[in-house]
Design a protein around this ligand. Structure first.
Ligand SMILES: Cc1cc2nc3c(=O)[nH]c(=O)nc-3n(C[C@H](O)[C@H](O)[C@H](O)COP(=O)(O)OP(=O)(O)OC[C@H]3O[C@@H](n4cnc5c(N)ncnc54)[C@H](O)[C@@H]3O)c2cc1C
Length: 464
């Protein structure tokens, strides 16, 4: 599957339906949920009724071989409100982690529990970060120990998690914990902790700057007991993974973890969310600048107002292309060896902050007060340079990849070519093709006109 920007009919329809939902349901409710910092249950119900809140919907989008359905959906949803958007898609982040680690039976068991059904909605959380270790996942201190020796022995989890979306109110918590201290971050595993399990304590709901419609909490795990089958992937897979990790430690090699793999997959998804906020702010500021008059003319007539907006429109499109490319790579199974997922998240989150700040500036005093949504978008956008890896962490990933890929050509030259040997011999720009064109041109006086016309038809660029 090649990288193609043309949407399919289904993608076009998905973007249109999502935009309509954002415009008619999310936007009108956004300011109120932001002010009250309340979880938007009625909006989730409406999302579920419209088919935007179900495991099959997200598996379908993740499975799209073009990779574009998921970022298109995210951008339109978060164009409405990032806080409400996060409340809607949080289970999809947990589902993505389950999908990478779980056995097919576990997936079947837990995926429906992450979403529920309209009228009986459920929530899911992905609990990785800890008070002492957000960026540094090697520093995680939550521990899981077996209570006994047999393969059916329960696991006991002790630890402390911080900033967990849907934490404490979720029906399913996907929790990572260290199971082998000597192996450090390589010795971690993912567990399912159902909501209401004794020992799972919501210490507090966090009071946030932005994205306030989403629920974020501090959690404690006090001797939380879960059965053996709640270890994602199962005991055999864990033992195999730990054995490989031991070999890697002994051989001094670097290796990833299930947690890091999850982030790599989800970064373009998060980038697309930031693009939704950025686009909303750019549209709003442009519309305002066209309408607002100062010194007898619309303020957009001043290049001091219009040029920054032009730069942002360019940067948003560049970030979208990075995001769609990374998403296409994820869907095509192309390894992100140059940090392409991190590039998309870095570019999109930073442009979202710049655009929302510029939107306030463009609107002057009106931008600074809550009569307009741009101050909220500014607060919402800031989260995107922090979670799913801070901007600094994205730069570390990209610069490490730069070093590792030193001397290699860019991705488009490095990828396996399509088109087969005939294309390699006679495709556009090949010496054979140039030679044929030159020969035909040289014979133009001797070759009959119809034959010449036919030959040039084959060689000339196709008309649109
Ligand atoms: C609203 C919200 C929702 C969240 N949701 C979730 C969730 O659902 N699940 C979850 O598990 N986590 C979640 N997080 C946690 C989030 O992923 C972390 O906050 C983030 O990874 C940063 O970790 P930290 O806060 O510990 O900062 P730190 O890691 O302490 O970093 C502090 C600063 O130091 C910088 N820094 C750290 N190391 C380096 C380095 N080597 N080089 C240069 N700079 C460095 C960072 O970039 C940052 O600027 C959420 C956070 C927020 C705010």
């Amino acid at each position: 599957m090649g990288f193609d920007l043309t949407p399919t009919g289904a993608q076009h329809d998905l973007a249109r339906r999502t935009h309509e939902f954002s415009e008619s349901v999310i936007r009108p409710a956004a300011a109120d949920y932001d002010a009250r910092q309340e979880f938007p249950w009625p909006v989730l119900e409406e999302a579920a009724t419209r088919g935007f809140y179900s495991p099959l919907f997200y598996r379908d989008l993740i499975g799209d071989p073009t990779g574009l359905s998921l970022p298109m959906f995210m951008e339109e949803l978060f164009w409405g409100c990032a806080g409400i958007g996060l409340a809607i898609v949080m289970p999809a982040l947990a589902l993505s982690a389950i999908g990478q680690a779980a056995s097919p039976e576990q997936m079947l068991q837990w995926a429906p529990e992450c979403f529920g059904t309209p009228g009986d909605l459920k929530l899911a959380a992905l609990a990785i970060s800890e008070p002492e270790g957000g960026s540094d996942v090697r520093n995680l201190r939550t521990r899981a120990k077996r209570d006994g020796t047999g393969p059916d022995a329960d696991w006991i989890i002790d630890g402390h998690k911080m900033w967990i979306g849907n934490g404490g109110i979720a029906n399913v918590h996907v929790v990572n914990a260290v199971v082998d201290e000597e192996l450090g971050h390589r010795g971690q595993a993912l567990f399912i902790v159902p909501g209401g399990t004794p020992g799972l304590e919501m210490v507090r709901k966090l009071d946030k700057l932005g994205c306030r419609a989403s629920h974020t909490a501090e959690l404690k795990f006090n001797a939380v007991r879960v059965p053996a089958e709640n270890l994602l992937g199962g005991q055999e897979k864990l033992e195999y993974k730990l054995a490989r990790a031991r070999e890697a430690v002994e051989g001094g090699r670097r290796s990833g973890s299930a947690t890091l793999g999850t982030f790599e997959q989800t970064r373009p998804m998060v980038a697309a969310q930031a693009l939704g906020i950025a686009r909303a702010a750019l549209e709003y500021a442009t519309e305002y600048a066209n309408r607002r008059e100062a010194f007898g003319a619309p303020i957009i007539d001043n290049q001091g107002v219009s040029f920054p907006l032009a730069d942002l429109a360019t940067a948003i499109d560049a970030a979208r292309l990075l995001t769609w490319r990374a998403s296409w790579m994820a869907a095509s199974g192309i390894p992100m060896e140059r940090g392409e997922g991190s590039m998309s998240k870095l570019a999109a989150s930073e442009v979202a902050v710049r655009t929302t700040e510029r939107a306030i500036q463009t609107m002057g005093g009106w931008g600074y007060i809550k009569d307009h949504p741009v101050e909220k978008w500014y607060r919402d956008a800031k989260l995107y340079t922090i979670f799913e890896g801070t901007s600094e962490i994205q730069r570390i990933v990209i610069s490490n990849a730069l070093g590792a890929a030193d001397g290699r050509p860019p991705l488009h030259v490095d990828l396996e070519p399509t088109g087969g040997p005939l294309n390699r011999m006679f495709g556009r720009g090949t010496p054979a093709r140039t030679q044929v064109s030159n020969t035909l041109l040289g014979m133009r006086d001797r070759v009959p006109q119809p034959v010449m016309q036919l030959a040039m038809k084959v060689l000339k660029p196709p008309k649109k």
